[in-house]
Design a protein around this ligand. Sequence first.
Ligand SMILES: [Mg+2]
Length: 305
Amino acid sequence: MLQKLLVIDDSDPIHALLRVRLRDEPVEIFSAVDGLAGLELARQVSPDLILLDVDMPVTDGFTVCRELKRDSLTNSVPVIFLTGASSTDEKIRGLDAGAVDYITKPFDAAELRARVRAGLRTKFLLDLLSKKAMIDGLTGLWNRAHFDQRLATEISLAIRSVRPLSVIMADVDYFKRINDQFGHPCGDEVLRTIGQLLTESCRKEEVVCRYGGEEFGIIVPNSAAADAAGLAGRFNRVMASHEFTCRGTRTPLTCSFGVAELAGDRDCHIVERADQALYRAKQDGRNRVVTYDPDNVPATTVAAA
Ligand SMILES: [Mg+2]
């Protein structure tokens, strides 16, 4: 996929020149001719790099840069200043405003390309790091941080588009016994296998996360609780037919599932309700799917594993 480059400069000839100089680079170029339009476009297209003219009327480059760094939508985008002056003072001001680099006009073509490539590389690595911070090291699934972030996004999407949204919380039954009997490496292997089975059982739009310990959270967009419960039931059957072995010993394993659906605007308790349903599933004998029912909440919210 092409990386996106946003050029903010008040001079049309500069835009034309940059397009020529960068035509062989694997970038898609977006152009804005003043600071405010540049800020707007930056929020819209989420560029991977911004080339920003220092000297512009009304809103100068320093102001634009500070604004970009203040906004959470744009603050991770590297900025390279385009400066007409070769004055050290202006370069320092630019770097202090949050830019990663500067290029002096008139451009040396080779230097321009090299600095653009370096800026794009920085963004690629930043994205990789932030993705890594969202991945569970043991199972390779998304982690709790991603679950929370993604759920907030999906909730606002569901509310805006008036579509249902469900969450499944799944917990491995008697998991502690695996660790006690066969050791933690076997327990880890079991979690990895379950993560893989879950992923294989889900559709692409469903988000499978390791919520913590032996608990998994699945975000099910566009689905009412009944459909999500159907998915959990399918997974329950996959678990039943999978031959788990720990140190050569056939070890049947089951999960308990709690399902809850988004209820109304500004719902922040969907996970809590799915958890309550999960506790109910544990109390009712495990190895089952329970959908949240306000008239049938468990007496205690401390689940037995
Ligand atoms: Mg200018």
